[in-house]
Design a protein around this ligand. Structure first.
Ligand code: ADP
Length: 411
């Protein structure tokens, strides 16, 4: 996906998401106010029915409603009618005598002030109320706010959760698209590099075969051996290349197993270094060995160890701008077999050193882009080392060279 398309989609989505939040916010506020109105209508309806039932109550000569009046039953009666009107809260109930400016009754102690201030007051006329004394039934809903809020909050929370899910899913999709795009680019680069890396040795082998077909060359023992060595070296390069790609993919699986047996590392090094002889002589390079490990035997997977050594030497040569000077050294100490491959090449910066063992990581240095690779060689090397319970370290300085040291346990 192109960058501007991505920005466009994100902008549209952000706009839609913000609008959705605003709409939801206004909607919630409207719901709160509708809930408020419904609540008030419900209370009024309930109280009309209650008043109808209780207004026949006798008034005593002193002006107060008769003791037969079921004060205590009043709040249950009100609650019952409120429930019929869909309001599931028990209010505090009071009877107010306006003439005396005092409360005759309150269903809960300490609520007198709330009752007197309450907007829910309903005229209630006892049966023989001859005077001008007005009586009111007062209601106070200490938990009404909570009740209303709970209903509205539920709605607001549900919307908020849904909006959050949409936003999260959107970013997950964008991320998936970006990763997909990166993988596509990597795949294309990988195929390009692989084609290049395979084509070069194939072309060299084909040229060497062509030469060998020429009788004047094949009859000359020296030239014949030379071309056969070229074919052998390129064959070895192709084998390591294919192994690195295939094994690297297999190694990430948990079920992957190595095939360890006693191997003489010095013999492997001799074998591998042979295949670089021609390349090195073509580039005027050298390869020195300081094989000091005694004994030189380790228990390891021969094929993977061979590929490991090949990859490290190959990198040393690849990442040297002038004539490559490679040193391969071995030693044994403290139960560890150490194998190091040093070069005097371009070196690796401290920042890149942290990443070179990651799969597909390649240092992007403009002038060295002509060096083809997949960025899996060192990752494969690191995986081989790990499978052998060893460890790998890297010392490098930009412009001066690098030393990769592999340590394998000797027992
Ligand atoms: P590649 O196929 O690109 O060589 P590797 O996994 O072998 O992949 O190496 C990863 C990156 O580490 C390389 O692209 C290169 O930039 C850097 N690198 C590896 N070995 C050396 C070395 N000996 N000297 C300098 N840079 C190196």
């Amino acid at each position: 996906m192109k960058r501007w398309i991505r920005i466009f989609i994100i902008t549209i989505f952000a706009f839609a998401a913000i609008s959705l939040v605003l709409i939801q916010f206004t909607q919630t506020r409207r719901t709160v106010s509708i809930n408020d109105n419904m609540f008030n209508i419900g209370v009024t309806n309930a109280m009309e029915a209650v008043i109808k039932e209780v207004s026949g109550t006798l008034l005593l000569p002193d002006g107060t409603p008769s003791p037969t009046f079921r004060y205590q039953g009043l709040d249950s009666l009100i609650s019952q009618h409120l429930l019929t009107n869909g309001i599931d809260i028990r209010p505090v109930v009071g009877i107010y005598d306006e003439g005396q400016s005092s409360l005759l009754f309150a269903s809960a102690a300490g609520q007198e002030r709330n009752l007197e201030d309450s907007p829910y007051r309903y005229v209630f006329t006892p049966q023989n109320n001859a005077g001008s004394n007005q009586y009111y039934i007062l209601l106070s809903f200490p938990s009404a706010q909570l009740f209303l809020q709970r209903n509205s909050n539920l709605l607001a929370y549900a919307s908020l959760i849904l909006i959050t899910i949409i936003i999260v899913m959107f970013f997950v999709s964008i991320r998936a698209l970006t990763v997909q795009r990166k993988l596509d680019t990597m795949k294309t680069e990988f195929i390009n590099n692989m084609t290049h890396e395979i084509k070069t040795p194939l072309a060299t082998v084909s040229l060497a075969c062509e030469m060998l077909r020429d009788e004047s060359i094949s009859n000359d023992e020296e030239s014949r051996r030379n071309f056969l060595a070229i074919i052998n070296d390129e064959n070895q390069r192709l084998r390591v290349l294919v192994d690195t790609i295939l094994q690297s993919a297999k190694m990430s699986k948990k079920s992957f197993r190595i095939n360890p047996k006693e191997v003489d590392v010095h013999t492997l090094i001799e074998k591998v270094t042979q295949s670089f002889r021609l390349t090195l002589s073509n580039r005027g390079g050298t390869l020195d060995t300081r094989l000091e490990a005694a004994p030189s035997i380790v228990v390891a997977d021969e094929m993977h160890l061979t590929n490991l050594i090949f990859n490290l030497i190959d990198n040393g040569i690849k990442y040297s701008t002038g004539a490559p000077h490679i040193t391969v050294a071995t030693s044994v100490a403290d139960g560890w077999f150490r194998l190091s491959v040093s070069d005097e090449g371009i070196g690796i910066s401290k920042d890149d050193q942290k990443h070179v063992f990651e799969k597909f990581y390649r240092v992007s240095t403009g002038d060295i882009h002509n060096v083809k690779g997949f960025g899996i060689g060192l990752n494969y090397v690191a995986q081989v080392v790990k499978l052998h319970q060893g460890h790998i370290s890297l010392e490098s300085e930009l412009g001066k060279g690098s030393t990769f040291t592999v340590a394998l346990p000797t027992n």
